[in-house]
Design a protein around this ligand. Structure first.
Ligand code: M6R
Length: 612
């Protein structure tokens, strides 16, 4: 939530900052602002609403400063307004600050600062930061080149909560200080210029060389140097990480929206995820894990922990692991898992799934599992993300940057990666087998089958036109199809704002069927051979009550009973979510477009939820 950008170099900072904010806008779009150091001191320009509103601010095009910080906000403390927008400034106009995260003890700090004569203009938690830095700066009697850094460090040591912070100081016009704790921040190294960002894609067109800060590490940047310090202000060495993503993967490339582009990228994303892990004849290769038969046989259970769409991918992982490896597996929502005393010890493997690798609840759950002695394995799309740096082991989906708030290619690449992991575990455990060999063949054919499935877009668009004004839409399925119903329902509600629920098909008659009346749409997923007949009986029950039906299936069924049947290619049941979700992604997309909504930036949402 919230995106931050920084630039220090020889070029005017403001166009670079605004451009960077546009790319980070998926993280929040309640307000935006920039601060640069101009000849006459700190300048701050900000406003409520989208980043593009910044262009309307008088004088923004006249800024010449070559050092600056910027912010796009997802409001937590204080309503969206100009005064609550970042950057924030101290009472003496010496320090400007942008912040992503939450300062949990801001009330105590505010009282402390009020007692020391400071005043406040906003309702934000962030405003304490520039004032606290000012407080420590004026208390410091030394006057050397580290005075600014010391003040920032002393202030940060007072903060509880999460923060990625960039700070400018009027007295140090050639330096910027950044620090993070439990909130994402990367530093991009250029030639005589440096960049800061909340994520890699926003500055990928400037550099491929990134530094990753750990918690409570500080960076003091000038245009041609970056010094890193630990929390005792000892200098530390850092190596750059080279990011291979190409720049066009962070652009729309002719598509109307990132979401549509990312839906169509799925065949290639899956190819990349499968990568070298699998070929026709060999064992599944996860050499980065090197798990032994002894270790896997010692496990009492596996937990898969994640949020939102990533959790839905985890649900499919439970089917794969229990089926292929016969290890008891539970799936948990990270925000609940943390507070329910889960039974975890050395004989537990905890798998965390997160596209961004920055989701606060998922990271907190991982830390808890480590404390309890479990082995932790992260599945992420972002190399070097916080989750992967905390985990004992990490594997990557390699799906390329996902920009749209609604997750699509991240989901399918997570499903395939966790299935590959299940195969790897089964092979290490020397479970049989012929079933695994058939599954591998189906995996290799998947990208082509996704391409075929994408061709169904027009049929889905036509159905979407008929139902886009509806108030409620239900999704049902059994077995692994029910996990897809959950994801299809989430996709629809987040970008179309239509109320939607998903149910195990057999559970409907225990309550929810009371909501089914004439012309309510029920979407059903039928891919599990063993359950098709039973699900059809449940669909029959809603048809009897007047429901309109959309069926997603890979089986030969009597199509006459239903309003629309979308026939997808057949595959192994464990892989069917990768194909059956695609019509549902397109369904949500076309409905959102039909309603004229902003597909990529749905209201109230942000791509990375970096606060609890
Ligand atoms: O980055 P993460 O995978 O950890 O994000 C978790 C959820 O916030 C995310 O999957 C969210 O549910 C999707 N963007 C919804 O489409």
């Amino acid at each position: 939530m919230c995106g931050i950008i920084g630039y220090i170099g020889n070029k005017p900072a403001s166009p670079i900052l605004i451009n960077g904010l546009m790319r980070l806008e998926y993280r929040g779009y309640d307000s935006a602002g920039i601060s640069t150091i101009e000849k006459n001191g700190l300048s701050i320009m900000k406003d409520k609403g989208r980043v593009k509103n910044l262009y309307d601010i008088d004088g923004i095009d006249k800024l010449t400063g070559t050092i600056g910080i910027a912010h796009t906000r997802w409001a937590t403390h204080g309503k969206p307004s100009k005064e609550n927008s970042h950057p924030h400034i101290d009472n003496h106009n010496m320090f400007s600050v942008v912040h992503n995260g939450i300062i949990e003890n801001y009330n105590e700090l505010k009282t402390f600062l009020l007692d020391n004569g400071y005043t406040f203009y906003s309702q934000t938690d962030t405003e304490v930061v520039p004032n606290l830095v000012h407080y420590y700066y004026t208390k410091d009697t030394k006057s050397d080149k580290l005075k600014f850094l010391r003040a920032v460090k002393n202030a940060c040591n007072m903060l509880n909560g999460s923060f990625a912070i960039e700070i400018l100081c009027k007295d140090y016009p050639n330096n910027m200080i950044v620090v993070r704790k439990d909130s994402p921040l990367v530093i991009g190294k250029g030639e005589d210029e440096n960049y800061i960002s909340s994520d890699i894609p926003a500055i990928l067109s400037f550099t491929r060389n990134f530094y990753l800060l750990n918690d409570l590490e500080f960076a003091n940047l000038s245009k041609n140097s970056i010094d890193f310090y630990d929390n005792n202000l000892n200098l530390i060495n850092k190596e750059t990480t080279v990011i291979e993503w190409n720049t066009s993967s962070a652009e729309k490339d002719g598509y109307d929206d990132f979401m549509l582009k990312e839906i169509y990228e799925q065949p290639n994303a899956i190819r990349e995820t499968i990568g070298a892990k699998l070929d026709d004849n060999s064992r599944c290769d996860f050499s980065e894990l090197n798990f032994t038969k002894d270790f896997l046989s010692s496990l009492n259970n596996i937990y898969i922990i994640a949020c939102g769409t990533a959790m839905h991918a985890g649900l499919t992982g439970k089917y794969a692991i229990e089926n292929l490896c016969k290890i008891h597996t539970e799936v948990d929502v990270a925000s609940e898992f943390r507070y329910r005393s889960p039974l975890i010890d050395k004989k537990t493997l905890c798998i965390f799934i997160s596209q961004s690798g920055e989701t606060a609840d998922t990271i907190a759950a991982l830390k808890l599992c480590k404390e309890k002695g479990a082995k932790t394995l992260a599945i992420s799309n972002v190399i070097g993300s916080s989750l992967t740096r905390e985990a004992d082991y990490s594997v990557y989906t390699h799906a390329g940057p996902e920009i749209a708030v609604a997750s699509t290619k991240a989901y399918t690449s997570q499903v395939i990666l966790i299935t590959l992991l299940a195969i790897y575990f089964a092979e290490v455990l020397e479970q049989n087998n012929s079933e695994i060999n058939l599954l591998k063949k189906d995996i290799i054919e998947l990208p082509k089958k996704i391409e075929e499935t994408l061709k169904l877009s027009e049929t889905i668009k036509n159905f979407s036109r008929k139902v886009y004004q509806e108030k409620d839409i239900f999704f049902i399925g059994r077995g692994i199809d029910e996990t897809v119903a959950k994801e299809g329902s989430l996709k629809l509600k987040e970008i179309s704002y239509i109320h939607s629920e998903s149910y195990p098909a057999g559970e409907l008659k225990h309550g929810a069927i009371a909501l089914i009346e004439k012309d309510v749409t029920v979407v059903s997923i039928l891919t599990d051979e063993n359950l098709v007949k039973k699900t059809i009986s449940n669909i029959q029950e809603v048809i009897t009550r007047g429901a309109k039906t959309l069926i997603i299936t890979n089986k030969d069924i009597n199509e006459d009973m239903f309003d629309v049947v979308i026939k997808i290619p057949d595959t192994n049941t464990l892989l069917s979510p990768i194909l059956s979700i695609i019509p549902l992604q397109l369904f949500a997309y076309h409905i959102s477009k039909e309603k004229g909504l902003d597909v990529d930036k749905p209201r109230n949402l942000a791509k990375s939820v970096t606060v609890e």
